[in-house]
Write a protein that binds this ligand. Structure first.
Ligand code: SF4
Ligand code: FES
Length: 277
């Protein structure tokens, strides 16, 4: 315990120095380039975004334009902090977002390359900020359950098994960050769409709209310019919420099933109280 306290104290007081190669781009039409910055007096206990704050404070003090990057919660919840660090979306650690990455993870004196998500469906707005609204439009196409007005249904009316509830929760933990797209050489959004489709299709409340949902979301995904799944699982490797690629299998099954329903060989339940295949 004493050793741990000393480690934490040392981590807070130790300062480090880094060479940063940061992508700078004035706007969507600009060609963009890497610019090298010296980041010094960086506390080992700083988060990656705090390190960028420190670099920006120095740039502002010198009258230079700060580096634009996206962030919000800084707690791994919102999915805003979309940075590719040394070629890996969200950096070298597994199961965390960029805002949860600490500078003590890097070697003192290291050269760190920082880029935005790169995908046709995510045009660069400025520097490290990309437009990820394509994911919102895919969700708007079907990633919801329609609720009709009327008396609220008692929460315990629909009994859901523990395994079913936990699997749905695993899929629902997707924060829509887009790291899966940035990691994929095809810029595929299959893991994201699979998570959204699966968490609703697994639960009884999501079953009545499952046919329309999966077709609408897959069509929206294609329309937005995301590529096809390459079955190489980079998406799962970088996902901060460790969403499993087995949900892509669920998505494929849901899509196939929707074809059977549309052909009239299978009927959809009209209420969440009725289960279907
Ligand atoms: S599946 Fe994972 S990597 Fe992809 S958007 Fe969701 S949380 Fe981010
Ligand atoms: S800033 Fe919200 S997840 Fe990183």
């Amino acid at each position: 315990m004493i050793g741990q306290v000393e480690d934490e104290r040392e981590s807070k007081t130790r300062t480090m120095r880094f060479t940063l190669n940061i992508w700078r781009q004035n706007g969507p039409a600009d060609i963009g380039r890497f610019v090298t910055y010296d980041a010094h007096d960086i506390s080992a206990g700083m988060s990656f975004l705090e390190m960028l704050d420190s670099v920006n404070q120095r740039l502002i003090a010198k009258g230079e334009e700060p580096v634009a990057f996206e962030q919000d919660c800084r707690e791994g919840i919102c999915g805003s902090c979309s940075l590719v660090i040394n070629g890996i979306p969200h950096g070298p650690d597994r199961g965390i977002t960029t805002c949860q990455l600490y500078m003590r993870r890097f070697r003192d004196g290291a050269v760190i390359t920082i880029e935005p998500w790169r995908a046709r469906a995510f045009p660069i707005i400025k520097d490290l900020v990309v437009d990820r609204r394509a994911l919102d439009r895919v969700t708007q196409a079907g990633g919801y359950i329609s609720v009709n007005t009327g008396g609220a249904v008692d929460g315990n009316v629909l009994l859901i098994g523990k395994d079913q509830a936990e699997t749905a929760m695993d899929a629902a933990s997707c924060i829509g960050c887009g790291a899966c797209v940035a990691a994929c050489k095809n810029a595929s959004a299959m893991l994201f769409v699979a998570a959204k489709v699966s968490h609703l299709a697994i639960l009884p409340q999501g079953k009545p709209e499952r046919t329309r949902r999966v077709r609408a979301m897959v069509e929206a995904m294609d329309r937005e310019g995301f590529g096809a799944c390459g079955n190489q699982y980079e998406c799962e490797a970088v996902c901060p919420k460790r969403i499993s690629v087995r949900f892509i299998a669920t998505l494929n099954r849901e899509y196939l099933r929707s074809g059977v329903v549309e052909s009239g060989l299978l009927t959809e339940p009209e209420s969440p109280h009725a289960e279907s295949a």
